[in-house]
Design a protein around this ligand. Sequence first.
Ligand code: 13P
Length: 253
Amino acid sequence: MPRRKLIAANWKMYKTPAEARTFVDAFLPLVAGHTRDEIALFPSPVLLPAVVEALRGSQIAVGAQNIHFAEEGAYTGETSVWQVRAVGGTHTLIGHSERRQYFAETDEIVNKKLHTALKHGLVPVVCIGEVLGEREAGKTESVLRRQVTGGFAGVTGLAAEVVASIVIAYEPVWAIGTGRTATPQIAVDAHKIVRAEVAKLFGDAVAAGMRILYGGSVKPDNATALMSQDEIDGALVGGASLKPDSFAAIVKY
Ligand code: 13P
C-alpha cells in the first residue's frame, strides 16, 4: 500500500495567536478539497489553542514542536504531553536539530520523549539528520544509523500499531534555513539508509509502512522534484510554511 504523504509546517518561534489565525483563514480556502496528502501545523505551544480552534472542522492536524519526557513535574518552561493533548494537539516533533543543537538534546532524550509520546497517543515526528561536517567527513550513514538506533531504543517491544504511528523526518542540518536544499538523490539515498535501519529494528513490513519526511529548505519551486520521489513521504517545512500561499503551493506540489 502506498504511503500517504504528510506535509507539515514547523513554524518555529514565529507568529502571535492573531497572526496564526490570519494564516489559517487564508490557508484553508487554498487547500479546500485537497485530500491527497495529510497536512499538519506545528506552532509554538502558546499558539496551540488558537490554531486548533481556527482549524476546527478541517482535516488539518496540529502538533507541538517539542514535549518533555516527563508526564508532569517541576520542569519550568517545559510543555507536557498532557498539556498538548488537552488543547487538541495530536502530533509532536521530537529531536528537531535546533533542539539538539541549542538545547543539548541527545539520542537518549529523544528516545525518552518518543516513549512518552507513544504511551499517550501523540503521533511522533522524530527528526534526524547530519551536520555539514559529518557529511563532508563521510559520516552521514553512521550518524543516521546511530540516531535511529539510539532514538528508537526499546520501541521494538511495543505493539505493531503503535510503532506504525511513528513518522521520521530526515533533515540534513546543512539544508535547514540555508536555502541549500538536498537534491532529490541525496534525500532518497539518506531515506534508504534510514529505512534499512528501521527494517533491521522492526522488520521489512514496518519499514515499508513508515513515513520518512524530508526537511531542509523545501520551497514551492523544489517541492515537486522532492515529493515526486516514492522514497520521500512528505515534507517538514520551516521558512516557506510561514506564508499561506507558499505553504499551500508546497502542499499541492
Ligand atoms: P527550513 O524549511 O526553513 O529550511 O526549515 C526546515 C526545518 O527545520 C523544518 O523543521
